[in-house]
Design a protein around this ligand. Structure first.
Ligand code: HEC
Length: 125
């Protein structure tokens, strides 16, 4: 078998180049988070802050349909855990779902529901 020497030299040279690039320290500044989970006395509030901000911001929760029932939030949190591999222990699912449905779903107090409707309804309705 014949080897082409210049071709064999390419990988080590390429490696040297990438090692040098990795030596350069780069800093990035992420924009400050502007949205936060709505404060609550429910036990799920602390849990959601601990477990639901690692992959995405609050917006995904905020923009779910306001009439979403408990079963919807349950399925969503289980999807985060099982499909997206979020490290959420089984025992915290119930309090997190409870917080979600009472804060962003159809178990919110009536005045909060009216406010959410005003926020998404076209002007004048
Ligand atoms: C391991 C990463 C991860 C964690 C932790 C996580 N999520 Fe998600 N979440 C995702 C991904 C990925 C999507 C889908 C994004 C897409 O489709 O663009 C998503 C989407 C969502 C959506 C949008 C609706 C949907 O079903 O896609 C909601 C609501 C949501 N997450 C809520 C939560 C809540 C509540 C928690 C905490 C219990 C949580 N997430 C924790 C990864 C995560």
């Amino acid at each position: 078998m014949k080897f082409n020497l210049p071709l064999l030299l390419i990988p080590p040279i390429a490696l040297l180049g990438s090692a040098r690039a990795a030596d350069a320290v780069r800093e990035i500044t992420l924009p400050a988070e502007t949205e936060i989970y709505q404060a609550s006395d429910l036990p799920g509030y602390a849990l959601i802050n601990a477990m639901c901000l690692t992959c995405h911001s609050v917006e995904y929760v905020k923009y779910q349909p306001p009439a979403s029932p408990r079963a919807y939030w349950q399925a969503t949190v289980v999807k985060m855990q099982k499909i997206f591999a979020a490290p959420i222990p089984d025992e915290v699912i119930e309090p997190i779902v409870d917080y979600l449905v009472k804060t962003y779903g159809n178990e919110r107090p009536a005045d909060a529901k009216a406010e959410a409707h005003r926020a998404i309804a076209p002007a004048g309705r």
